[in-house]
Design a protein around this ligand. Structure first.
Ligand SMILES: Cc1ncc(COP(=O)(O)O)c(C=O)c1O
Length: 378
C-alpha cells in the first residue's frame, strides 16, 4: 500500500482543518496542510527528543543551520551563509516583520493572493498597490508592464509569492529576471515567500529562489522558507528568513526584537530531521500529489463550467466557478459535504480553492460530491 493512501483520523487532535466541520459529514478541503503522516525520520527524531524529558531554553545549533544550508544547496543550487538565516515561528510572522522593517508607505502585491499578503501591510498601516495576475498560455502570471507602471515613488516593498498561492504558478527564470530588473530599477526590496518551493509537481519545472539569480537582487531580498508545507509540520512552527544583506538583516532583526521570535525546540528537531533524512519521502510525496492533481484536472475537464489553469506546484487548485452563477459558491458546495476555501479572502469570490493534499479515496469522494452538486444545477 502506498504510504500516502493511509487514512489517518485527524479528529480529536486539535486539527483546524477537520475541527471546522466537527460532527458534520463534510470533507475538509480548505486550509493548506495535508492529511498525511510526516516522514518517519521526523517522528523518530521528535520521539527521541521528547523522551529526553528536559525542555528548557533551546537555541539553534550549528547542525540545524547546516541542514538548512545543505538542503537549499542540494535542491536549489543556492549557497546560503549561516549568518543570513533568521529563524522565525512562521512565514506569516516573517511577512509582518518585513512590513514593519522596511521604510515604505506602499506595498505592491499581486492578486488574488494568500490573505496574509494583504493583512501584513494592513497591520503595519501601509497602503496596498494591487496588480492582478493575468492568464497567459493557460497559466497565471504577472503582467510585467502593468506591474512596473503601478509602482510609485513611495513604494519600496514587493511582497512576492513563488510558487504562487493560489494558482500554483512556478515563475520561470526569465520571469524572475524581469522581476529582478524592475525591483533594482525602482529600488524595491523584495520579500519572496517561497514556502511552497519544495512542492513542484511538474518534473520539467524547477523552483529558482529569486535571491539566487544575482548579487543585485540578493542584496535587496528577504526570502521566506519553511519545512512546514513540505513535510506537513505546520503545527510545529518552524520557518526562517534568508537575508544576505547585513543592513537589511539588521533592520529585520530590529523589527522583530522583543517579540516571540525564532522558533522552538521541537521545531528545530523536526526541521533538522526533515532536511537531512527525508528527500526520498519528499520525492514520493511529489509523485502522489501529481497523481492527485491529475485527478482534479481530469475532473475539471469533464465539467466545462469549471475552469482551472495549468499549475506546476502546490497541493492547492484555484478553480474558477463563475460560470455557475452561484450567489455563494462556498455555501453551495458545503451543502453537498465539501468544505473548500472561499475565494473572497484571496480576492475573488468567483473562485474556490481545493486542497488535494489528501488520500486518493477522500479526494475522489470529494470530487464525487462536487459532481453531484454540479448535476443539481443542470
Ligand atoms: C504562500 C503562503 N505563505 C505562508 C503560509 C503560512 O505560513 P506559516 O504557517 O509559516 O505562517 C501559507 C500557508 O498556507 C502560504 O500558502
Amino acid at each position: 500500500m502506498n504510504l500516502f493512501d493511509v487514512q489517518i483520523d485527524r479528529t480529536k487532535s486539535g486539527c483546524e482543518k477537520w475541527d471546522k466541520y466537527k460532527n458534520q459529514d463534510v470533507i475538509p478541503m480548505w486550509v493548506a496542510d495535508m492529511d498525511f503522516k510526516s516522514p518517519q525520520a521526523i517522528i523518530d527524531a521528535l520521539t527521541h527528543r521528547v523522551e529526553h524529558g528536559v525542555f528548557g531554553y533551546t537555541g539553534i545549533d550549528k547542525d540545524t543551520n547546516k541542514a538548512v544550508i545543505d538542503f537549499i544547496q542540494r535542491h536549489y543550487n543556492w549557497r546560503v551563509k549561516p549568518e543570513w538565516i533568521v529563524w522565525l515561528p512562521g512565514v506569516v510572522s516573517g511577512m509582518n516583520i518585513t512590513c514593519k522593517a522596511i521604510d515604505t508607505q506602499d506595498v505592491i502585491i499581486n492578486t488574488p493572493i494568500y490573505p496574509h499578503f494583504v493583512k501584513a501591510p494592513n497591520n503595519a498601516n501601509l497602503n496596498l498597490i494591487k496588480v492582478p495576475l493575468v492568464e497567459k498560455n493557460s497559466r497565471w502570471t504577472i503582467d510585467f508592464d502593468a506591474f512596473e507602471k503601478a509602482i510609485n515613488p513611495t513604494c519600496k516593498l514587493f511582497l512576492f509569492c513563488n510558487p504562487y498561492n493560489p494558482g500554483g504558478t512556478v515563475f520561470t527564470k526569465e520571469e524572475l529576471e524581469k522581476i529582478s530588473k524592475i525591483c533594482v530599477k525602482h529600488d524595491l526590496i523584495i520579500c519572496s515567500d517561497e514556502i511552497h518551493a519544495d512542492l513542484i509537481l511538474n518534473p520539467q519545472v524547477k523552483h529558482i529562489p529569486i535571491a539566487s539569480l544575482n548579487e543585485e537582487i540578493a542584496k535587496r531580498s528577504i526570502t521566506l522558507l519553511a519545512p512546514s508545507k513540505t513535510f506537513n509540520i505546520a503545527g510545529l512552527q518552524s520557518s526562517y528568513a534568508i537575508i544576505p544583506d547585513v543592513t537589511l538583516r539588521k533592520s529585520f532583526k530590529r523589527a522583530m526584537a522583543g517579540f516571540p521570535g525564532e522558533t522552538n525546540l521541537l521545531a528545530i528537531t523536526a526541521t533538522k530531521a526533515a532536511y537531512t533524512s527525508c528527500d526520498e519521502w519528499l520525492e514520493a510525496l511529489r509523485v502522489y500529489l501529481k497523481e492527485n492533481l491529475n485527478l482534479v484536472q481530469e475532473f475539471v475537464k469533464k465539467h466545462p463550467k469549471l475552469k482551472l489553469l495549468n499549475q506546476d506546484a502546490t497541493f492547492l487548485s484555484w478553480i474558477d466557478v463563475s460560470a455557475l452563477n452561484l450567489e455563494n459558491p462556498y455555501e453551495y458546495f458545503l451543502k453537498y459535504g465539501v468544505g473548500l476555501s472561499e475565494g473572497e479572502p484571496f480576492g475573488d469570490k468567483n473562485f474556490l480553492r481545493l486542497n488535494f493534499g489528501t488520500t486518493k479515496v477522500l479526494l475522489k469522494e470529494g470530487l464525487l460530491r462536487i459532481e453531484k452538486a454540479l448535476k443539481n444545477l443542470e
